[in-house]
Write a protein of this length. Structure first.
Lengths: 147, 325
């Protein structure tokens, strides 16, 4: 997609204990990152179900980021291992539904990594810009005329 | 007793199992015949399109429609039946959620026709077309629609009764309630909010599953232990349990035919979540991300298995063109 003016919409699901605190730190340390990201706090990255991801795309998101504690650091012992497996299934399902699996990204950001948070957000925005818009908003079967 | 209710059964793109399921209620059919008059049932009687067209508006009290809407003829017919009917019951999984036919939404219409009619393994017959010229004139065929949609995307539906097909036990509850005006039934009352695991008699031990085994390769299945625990993909956790788990009871994994439990939109997502949570390898903490992910490679065809009966009513509904472009 060569559309230079395209500003992607990215939904970031951040876990309460590490990644959201990381985002906080990025803010406190005045790190700059693109305004394309919409942060949503969840208690654990494994709380994010494929339902949330698919619905984000369906409602107009161009990319989805799931960020949690580093493996081994999960506040709920092994939540992020479940996230790894879930993300793998999600990518396979997305591919079957004809959506580029690269639109979904999994990252580990601890509460001390404000800089990493800003960097990941920047990278992700660039990546999704490269991939181009998804434009699924308002494309349910309801609007499908079929004739 | 008040006047007999007029009921009807119609099939669109269906395997016929739903029609048989009505006969499956055995002698209860006599009770139904006492309370209701069957005015339309193409499978058992011989009504014509014109007969339905000649009916008054709202002449039929309850119409059970099963099957997927695959052809424009199906769509036309259900729209006509809607006009002639007071209450429509979306009967069976195809009408409620798109059913097995719904998996066709993962391919385009052209891909499906090509696969079906120019497949190298079968004789190459004529490609279906809307109008065919013959000596006597023109012949018209029904045309395939782009996507399968659940019945309620085409017409308004009063009740949902999923199942592939709905079981006699479900009908024993549903039919008297639907036929009796005194009993109030809400739109989705005939779907339970409990999953198949709830009535399932197998014992669950909450152990982690290292890898899934395809059912055809599972040689010694313990009849008392949870199938998921044994590494066999069972859709039980994500499927509505009106059926009382007859399949798992005899050692066959649930395939998810009832669709999602009441209040859930996307059955496949629920199953993916559930499966990701119960899978795991020992000593995970010392493994790399790739090694953890590798355990998921034993899940064969996740989309096809998780959405086998409910793809058109899921969130994504059909294949998008993000990759193909």
């Amino acid at each position: 997609m060569s559309d230079e003016d395209f500003e992607p919409k990215i939904i970031a699901f951040l876990c309460n204990w590490c990644s959201y605190a990381g985002a906080d730190l990025a803010g406190v340390s005045r790190e700059q990152y693109p305004a394309n990201i919409l942060n949503i706090k969840v208690m654990c990255s494994s709380r994010v179900s494929p339902e949330h991801v698919l619905r984000s795309f369906k409602k107009g998101a161009d990319g989805v980021l799931i960020a949690g504690c580093h493996p081994g650091d999960c506040h709920y012992i092994n939540g992020n291992y479940k996230t790894i497996r879930k993300a793998d299934l999600m990518k396979k399902i997305m591919e079957d539904f004809g959506i580029k699996p690269t639109r979904l990204r999994l990252e580990w950001i601890s509460s001390a990594e404000g800089g990493k948070f800003a960097r990941v957000m920047e990278e992700m925005t660039e990546e999704v810009k490269e991939i181009g818009p998804l434009n699924l908003d308002g494309t349910s079967l309801e609007d499908d005329t079929d004739e | 007793m008040s006047e007999k209710k007029k009921i009807g059964f119609y099939w669109t793109g269906s395997c016929g199992g739903c029609q048989v399921s009505i006969l499956d209620i055995d002698e209860m059919l006599l009770d139904v015949a006492e309370q209701a008059e069957i005015v339309f049932w193409p499978c058992a009687m011989d009504p014509k399109y014109e007969d339905v067209k000649a009916m008054d508006e709202n002449e039929i009290d309850i119409m059970f429609i099963n099957g997927a809407i695959r052809l424009d003829e199906n769509k036309e017919m259900v729209e006509l039946l809607r006009e002639k009917t007071k209450e429509v019951v979306s009967y069976g999984s195809c009408a409620c959620n798109g059913g097995v036919f719904g998996l066709g939404n993962l391919s385009s219409k052209d891909e499906l026709l090509e696969k079906g009619y120019t497949n190298k393994t079968t004789d190459q017959g004529p490609f279906p077309q809307k109008i065919t010229e013959v000596e006597e004139g023109e012949l018209e065929l029904a045309e395939m629609l782009d996507h399968i949609k659940p019945l309620d995307e085409h017409i308004d539906v009063e009740y949902y009764l999923p199942g592939c097909p709905p079981l006699p036990t479900q009908l024993e509850d549903a039919l008297p309630a639907l036929l009796d005006d005194e009993i109030e039934v809400e739109e989705r009352d005939l779907i339970t909010d409990k999953s198949v695991c709830d009535p399932c008699p197998m014992e669950r031990e909450e152990k982690e599953i290292e890898r899934l085994i395809p059912i055809q390769e599972a040689t010694d299945i313990d009849p008392d232990e949870c199938l998921l625990d044994q590494g066999i993909l069972c859709m039980g956790p994500a499927t509505a349990g009106m059926c009382e788990a007859p399949c798992t009871e005899v050692g066959h994994p649930c395939v998810g035919c009832n669709g999602p439990v009441k209040g859930v939109e996307d059955q496949g997502s629920r199953m993916a979540s559930a499966l990701a949570s119960v899978m795991g390898i020992e000593g995970e903490e010392n493994k790399t991300e790739e090694e953890v992910m590798e355990t998921m490679n034993s899940v064969r065809d996740p989309t096809g298995s998780f959405y086998m009966f409910s793809l058109p009513s899921s969130i994504m509904q059909f294949r998008r063109d993000d990759i193909d472009e």
